[in-house]
Design a protein around this ligand. Structure first.
Ligand code: IPD
Ligand code: CA
Ligand code: CA
Length: 264
């Protein structure tokens, strides 16, 4: 794909993000929350409307592009064929409902399975993060620099403590400088991208939770792998880590020692 073509698409997507600043406050004012698989699995009118709005925008501007997104059936989507947008319309819905803070929109653009553009919009902070294939990463158009090396003993690391067994948890707590968990895969990953955290681990992400992170990791020299240190497939996702290069191996050693991290 030509650089100019990618720029045009990026411009159109930036315009779409700008329209959200009018839409989201009204949606939050009239927020309606419902549950999906269980009482902790929330979805709101904010999630649904943002996704519908983007689907409509794509249909108008790029009718041949497919949308692979959380709040829809993706039965007819071929994620590795042609132009595909992977979207989490709200990542951190629990935070949106309970705190009206710490949530984001995740968007990744793939052409024939290759990441071309990535966005994470931290709406409460007004920060739009972007990565462009072979062209670096930005926050509100300011370039991001690759993070400094962070060894595990000096790093804050992030994961959902509820899903790891006690032995793994204790080894991680003992080896890292400290632990924080925001509860939004996109925002926890952003802390790694900005060099604030050493790593973020999610043992069960879906494609939309990690769609944008691939290109940020590539452009900024971070590691993004399965928990077995293998390449990740964006279309199926599964257990993942995004990490500073200096602590990636050490964390995976801990995750896979003594029978692994899973709860029995
Ligand atoms: C969730 C958040 C959470 C992560 C879960 C995700 P949602 O996304 O990113 O931090 O631990 O795996 O499902 O449901 O708020 O879009
Ligand atoms: Ca999510
Ligand atoms: Ca979501």
């Amino acid at each position: 794909m030509k650089v100019e073509q990618l720029k045009d698409i990026d411009n159109a997507i930036n315009k779409w993000f700008a329209t959200l600043d009018d839409i989201i406050p009204k949606l939050i004012e009239e927020m309606v929350t419902s549950t999906k698989k269980n009482r902790f699995d929330l979805v709101t009118n904010v999630d649904k409307t943002i996704q519908q709005n983007f689907e409509q925008y794509l249909a108008e501007h790029f009718p041949e592009h497919q949308l692979f997104a959380e709040e829809k059936s993706n039965a007819d989507v071929q994620p590795k064929e042609g132009h595909v947008w992977v979207m989490d319309p709200i990542d951190g819905t629990t935070n949106l409902v309970k705190q009206q803070d710490d949530y984001c929109i995740i968007l990744g653009y793939f052409v024939d399975g290759e990441p071309m553009l990535s966005y994470i919009y931290d709406y409460p902070k007004g920060e739009l993060y972007k990565a462009v294939k072979d062209n670096g990463a930005y926050v509100n158009s300011e370039p991001l620099t690759p993070p400094e090396k962070l060894n595990l003993e000096d790093a804050i690391i992030s994961f959902n403590a509820l899903v790891l067994n006690d032995a793994t948890l204790h080894q991680l707590f003992d080896s890292a400088f400290s632990f924080r968990f925001i509860g939004s895969c996109g925002l926890d990953s952003l802390r790694v991208i900005k060099g604030q955290f050493g790593a973020h681990i999610n043992t069960n992400p879906k494609p939309w939770d990690i769609a944008a992170q691939f290109l940020f990791a590539k452009e900024l020299g971070l590691k993004m792998t399965t928990l077995n240190n293998e390449p990740l497939d964006f279309s199926t996702a599964g257990p993942f880590i995004i990490s500073n290069t200096a602590c990636h191996e050490h964390i995976l050693e801990i995750m896979n020692s003594d029978g692994g991290y899973a709860k029995s």
